[in-house]
Design a protein around this ligand. Structure first.
Ligand code: 6R9
Length: 635
């Protein structure tokens, strides 16, 4: 029996039990199927969650792109690997076959080498959702360079911080990007960032919008002429199993972003395995994930997972609302999409619009629907099930994180049950548990607690770039011996998991993780601000929105508060990006604090949620009197 493709519930339980009894044997068998290894591993796993140190398949040598590309050149040479659907529906879609993709990746790899990039160097990728983005990732992997993709919605300051943290030598960007009706000046943002990025020698610029940009002599180079002159073959660098494949930043509760480091062999095995099972991908299917490759979902389930499986993966450049609310469904019809994977925030936004936008299109190609990024509410789940899946497509509510590299908890379509709002069951090899606040495991069902994982899985992040101590403290110190996810969850009578949301200071807005710390740092830069605290509150479409409580300095001046509100949001947009703007800003004279001076966010959260009558114990506050004032002026 192949563990690679689970087909029945019985098989799931059998495979799951075996995977937990002997994880090493289980993953060894998965690794033995379907991959090209240049040298076999000496051992399957070495691990110690106290250090923490995890190594999968140590001793093995491989290149992930030989598995994404070369391996397919015999049997599916001319099959489409990537369908590029442009922002503008009147522009023709591109179908890039496996052999064409192979050549483009090799050319790009040769260009990078010519620019002085070699194994272990970091390359920052700041590109819109155009084929060059996927090609650059694979080109880096081809020569062993470590890619660090920065979502092209981040500001110059956020980009510079990420480039500097990873000490990138080269940036790949484009002249501009198309997002719905807007054109964004990406190169201008890169120029701004470059004022503060001493490690960058070269910037490669793809042409997309054909807008006029500034090109700095010696530093900036148009990409296309270099590609045109490059060889279409490039030997794959042989990597150690644990050599880093990429860095991807995620928000933390405080301070600077965390560069999660993913390594080669384990990530490859897990991305391939989960793609195949969670989306029940069959030869010839057309698969579409609407995420941006700037996030982990795009890395694992637009690029690596699908290509490792020889799939056809759709890359969509634009937004769900352009030219109208029917665009997603138009694309599904046009490319006959079989698996469709999106975020609850998109579903909620589309569900608010007229059903005509859906019913205009033939969605009969769809077999499986997926969601990711945040909890899905019951209403959105049913809307998706009824109107998009026509009650015939299982919905995989996939729970995972940048840190986990791949999906950990999810239904397996046609095999394990789906339940609205439940991510349901752990995938084979994944051992979740719930902890109470005292750090004791909650045994039995039903239960709720903090979600941890007690055993390593192949695609877990190995460290935070340049800060292993922070990695240990963030993920392995709250519940020693376990990986702590930062999420709360409940487990029902049967053992199905439902993720309830973050229990730390990360707020998920429209599926984007935002740390309160960096936002507060940006607010506090405003000269009129003395102190601030940001919390989340429920929002119909975004899932959560941001509520800022801000103390202004006492200067005796009379300020126009609306101007200050706008200036604060402009600052946030400049430091982080427009996604982090505050929906509500309340000026206050004080913030509730503990005697040790910590802001009691729990209270602010309750007020923002409109639950001022449920504040709980406020007796430990240093300044209980400010609470009433905040309640009286709540927005
Ligand atoms: C893949 C991705 C991770 C956080 C995670 C959790 C939330 C993701 C979810 C979900 C409920 C799901 N999350 N999937 N919550 N149900 N199916 O989104 O990675 O951007 O790092 O976010 O997203 O809170 O901890 P990332």
């Amino acid at each position: 029996m192949s563990k690679y493709h689970i087909k029945t519930l019985e098989e799931y339980f059998q495979v799951y039990r075996q995977s937990v009894r002997d994880p090493e044997l289980f993953w060894e068998e998965v690794a033995e199927e379907h991959f090209i290894w240049r040298k076999r591993w000496d051992k399957v796993l070495d691990w110690d969650f106290d250090k923490p140190a995890v190594e999968w398949f140590p001793g093995a040598r491989l290149n992930i792109t030989e598995n994404c590309l070369d391996r397919h050149l015999t049997i599916r040479r001319n099959q489409t690997a990537i369908i590029f659907e442009p922002n503008d529906p009147s522009e023709q879609a591109q179908h890039i076959s496996y052999v064409e993709l192979y050549r483009k990746v090799c050319q790009m790899a040769n260009v990078l080498t010519e620019m002085g990039i070699s194994k272990g160097d970091r390359v920052c990728v700041y590109l819109p959702m155009i084929p060059e983005l996927a090609i650059t990732l694979l080109a880096c992997a081809r020569i062993g360079a470590i890619h660090s993709v920065v979502f092209a919605g981040f500001s110059a300051a956020a980009l510079a911080a990420r480039i500097n943290d990873a000490e990138c030598k080269l940036v790949v960007t484009s002249d501009g990007s198309f997002r719905g009706g807007k054109t964004i000046d990406l190169k201008g943002i890169v120029d701004e960032a470059m004022k503060d990025c001493p490690t960058v020698d070269h910037v490669l610029v793809a042409q997309r919008t054909h807008t006029k940009v500034n090109m700095q002599d010696g530093r900036d180079h148009w990409l296309q002429p270099l590609l045109d002159n490059a060889y279409k073959d490039c030997a794959a660098e042989q990597m150690d199993a644990e050599d880093p494949l990429f860095i991807l930043y995620t928000s933390g509760s405080t301070g600077k972003p965390k560069g999660m480091v993913h390594t080669t062999a384990g990530y490859m095995v897990y991305a391939a395995y989960t793609f195949k099972n969670v989306f029940q991908y069959r030869e010839g299917d057309i698969y579409w994930c609407t995420a941006d490759i700037g996030w982990i979902t795009g890395h694992s389930y637009i690029v690596y997972g699908p290509l490792l499986n020889g799939a056809t993966t759709v890359m969509y450049e634009g937004v769900p609302t352009y030219p109208d609310w029917g665009r997603f469904w138009h694309v599904v019809e046009k490319h006959k999409v079989n698996q469709f994977y999106t975020a609850p925030t998109a579903i909620r936004a589309l569900a608010k619009e007229n059903l005509d936008y859906v019913n205009r299109y033939d969605l009969s190609s769809l077999k499986i629907l997926g969601t990711v990024g945040e909890p899905i509410n019951e209403e959105a789940w049913h809307w998706y099930d009824e109107n998009i899946g026509k009650k015939k497509c299982p919905i995989v509510d996939t729970w995972w994180q940048t840190e986990t590299g791949g999906i950990l908890i999810s239904p397996i379509p046609f095999t394990t049950p789906t339940i609205p709002t439940f991510a349901t069951l752990p995938l084979p090899g994944i051992q979740p548990l719930l902890m109470d606040e005292q750090g004791k495991e909650v045994i039995g069902n039903p239960a709720d607690g903090r979600l941890c994982i007690k055993f390593p899985w192949p695609s877990m992040a190995r460290t935070i770039w340049g800060d292993h101590k922070r990695y240990r403290e963030t993920y392995f110190s709250t519940f020693p011996g376990n990986y702590f996810t930062g999420d709360g969850a409940l487990r029902d009578e049967v053992g199905f998991y439902r993720i309830t949301g973050r229990v730390d200071d990360v707020i998920i807005v429209s599926g984007h993780n935002l740390g309160t710390g960096p936002i507060e740092d940006a607010i506090n830069e405003h000269p009129a601000v003395a102190e601030s605290a940001v919390v989340g509150f429920p929002h119909d479409i975004k899932g959560n929105a941001l509520y800022g409580y801000i103390i202004l300095k006492e200067t005796g001046e009379d300020r126009n508060q609306d101007n200050v509100r706008k200036e604060i949001n402009d600052l946030i947009a400049a430091r982080i990006g427009p996604i982090a703007k505050l929906e509500k800003i309340q000026f206050t004279r004080g913030l509730p604090k503990t005697r040790s001076g910590k802001i009691m966010r729990r209270i602010l959260r309750k007020i923002a949620h409109g639950q001022s009558d449920q504040l709980g114990d406020t007796s430990t506050l240093l300044n209980p009197e400010v609470v009433q004032e905040i309640i009286d002026h709540a927005i």
